[in-house]
Design a protein around this ligand. Sequence first.
Ligand SMILES: O=C(NCCc1nnc(-c2ccc3[nH]cnc3c2)[nH]1)c1cc(-c2ccc(F)cc2)cc(O)c1O
Ligand SMILES: [Mg+2]
Length: 214
Amino acid sequence: SGKSRPMRILQYVQNTAVQGDANSVISAVDSYCANVEWAMNVGDKKGEILDAVVLDVRPRWVLELGTYCGYSTMRIARLLPPGARLITLEMNHHYAQVAKQILGHAGLDSQVDLLVGASSALIPQLKKKFDMDKFDLVFIDHWKTSYLPDTKLLEECDLLASGTVLLADNVTCPGAPEYLHYVRNSPRYKSLYFPSQLEYLRVEDGMEKSVFLG
Ligand SMILES: O=C(NCCc1nnc(-c2ccc3[nH]cnc3c2)[nH]1)c1cc(-c2ccc(F)cc2)cc(O)c1O
Ligand SMILES: [Mg+2]
């Protein structure tokens, strides 16, 4: 039942997770996707790397590119200091609708602003729309071919400060070769690879953490 995979994930969450308990919603998504049907969430293994980076950065302003069902959105939002804000961009209206409901079930919708549209159109509007200046952390997990152009767009829009951390999912699988070459060879970034596995599978993947040097 449930017309789409995101809908089936939402139904499982609504039937099994404790309302207002973000960790139980995260666990519910992980057990559904590990045991019933695979989905492109960052997952529990890479999720621990994401958690560690969020706790280390203690960001005031976070941008996420690629919301999908809101799994990584929840992982980030549950660790934010009070007053911090997470802006997440999603291209697909259906994904966004499901993510909103999953975030609501977790009780995390107050720290999160979910925008629907192309990142290339939305990124230039963010400073004005949210009266903000620079992001402290950017989690990149959308279309793999958009990683590099959107990173350059963030630079052009003056949304990165010296010390801003970019964390990119899937740099090995499906891969983001042009992005990797750029952040590893540009003098404006200090980059480090965190080896891991593709969500819910025994396939190599990893995340790239790149600090903007200004
Ligand atoms: O495609 C992925 N993720 C992207 C979804 C998305 N959700 N929202 C967007 C968006 C959002 C605003 C945008 N603005 C412009 N393009 C946009 C695209 N893109 C993805 C794919 C895999 C994967 C691995 C192995 C396989 F065999 C098949 C698949 C694994 C992953 O962890 C992923 O993250
Ligand atoms: Mg991913």
